[in-house]
Every structure is written in C-alpha cells, then in structure tokens.
Write a protein that binds this ligand. Structure first.
Ligand code: S3P
Length: 179
C-alpha cells in the first residue's frame, strides 16, 4: 500500500530517470532527489571512483543506506540509480517510499543515450552494447516486480513522459486532476 505522496523512479541507465524526474518535480512543485548524487556526497567520491576504489558491493551498501535515509521525505520525486532494484533488500524500501514508476526504453535508445557519456562504470567493457543487453535481460523482471506502473520513454519527450508519470501517480494518490 502506498503511504507517502512521493514518486520513485526506477529504470535502466539512460531511461530518463533524472531528466523526467526533474520535469515531474517542477510541475508538481515537489522536491527532486537523486540517490546517485546523495551517494556521491556521502562517499565524497564520484561513482566511477567508488566502484574503482571500493568495488560494486560497497556502492550497493551506500545505495541501500541512502534509500533508507529517505524515510520520512514527503512530496518528492526520487530518481534512483539503474541498479537500485538489483538488491532484493531495496524493494521493500522503494515501495515504502512511494509510488514506484519504471521508466523503460528500447535497447537501441538506451545505447544511444548512454553512449553520450563514459561515467558509468558498469558499461566500461569491451562491448557495452552486449553488456547493456545482458544487464537488461537480468534486470527487466526486477524492475517489473519493484514497480507499480511503467512508462515507455522510447518515443516520448521527457515532458510527455512526465505527463504519463504524473497521470499515473495522480490516479494512485486520488488527486483530482480535473481542470
Ligand atoms: C548503475 C546505474 C547508475 C549508477 C551506477 C550503477 C547500475 O545510475 O547508480 O553507475 O547499476 O545500473 P544511472 O541509472 O542514473 O545511470
């Protein structure tokens, strides 16, 4: 059961969580919270350095503890990292934080979007396209089980995706959206 009027965005790298999340927050006058940014602040290191110096497990621990620290936030849009659903322990936390929306996109679009920067340690492989494919195959069922609703951003502008997120959350929270 949803108890908090927060919107939690989950989805693969490049699915638009931060960009769409900012639009949603602006439109609803909600706070925008980015868990990757909180992890970086807490660690005092960029994500790539956390992975390189301390390993993925340490990053996942920080991620869980940042998610836990959000207990009590209200009227916020929370954009999570693409791997937030990987740890089973995070699923209950995500649900308790608010209405969880999974942003999806086709593999081609994801590849295109993530190719624009090299800051994602998990994609620093010989064949990032194949890595995306493998990670997506493993993670799709995890996003699906974590989320209350999904929005396909493949052919959507960030604004249109934000509309869809707000409409779904509004239905769930019982907001009166009649003009
Ligand atoms: C990760 C996604 C990244 C970041 C880290 C790990 C993942 O976030 O948390 O590099 O495991 O998919 P974005 O989805 O915002 O790129």
């Amino acid at each position: 059961m949803v108890t908090r009027e927060n919107i939690v965005l989950v989805g693969f790298m490049g699915s638009g969580k931060s960009a769409v999340g900012r639009f949603v927050a602006k439109r609803l006058r909600f706070q925008f919270v980015d868990t990757d940014r909180l992890i970086v602040e807490r660690a005092g290191l960029p994500i790539a350095d956390i992975f390189a110096q301390h390993g993925e497990e340490h990053f996942r621990d920080l991620e869980t503890s940042v998610l836990e620290s959000l207990d009590g936030v209200q009227q916020s849009v929370i954009a999570t990292g693409g791997g937030a659903v990987v740890m089973e322990r995070n699923h209950a936390i995500l649900k308790s934080l608010g209405y969880v929306v999974w942003l999806t996109a086709s593999e081609d679009v994801i590849f295109d979007r993530v190719s624009r920067n090299d800051k994602r340690p998990l994609l620093q492989t010989e064949n990032p396209r194949a890595t995306i494919s493998q990670l997506l195959a493993t993670r799709r069922p995890l996003y699906e089980s974590a989320a209350d609703f999904s929005v396909d951003t493949t052919a959507f502008s960030h604004n249109a995706a934000a509309d869809a997120v707000i409409a779904a959350a509004g239905r769930s929270f019982g907001w009166d959206t009649t003009p």
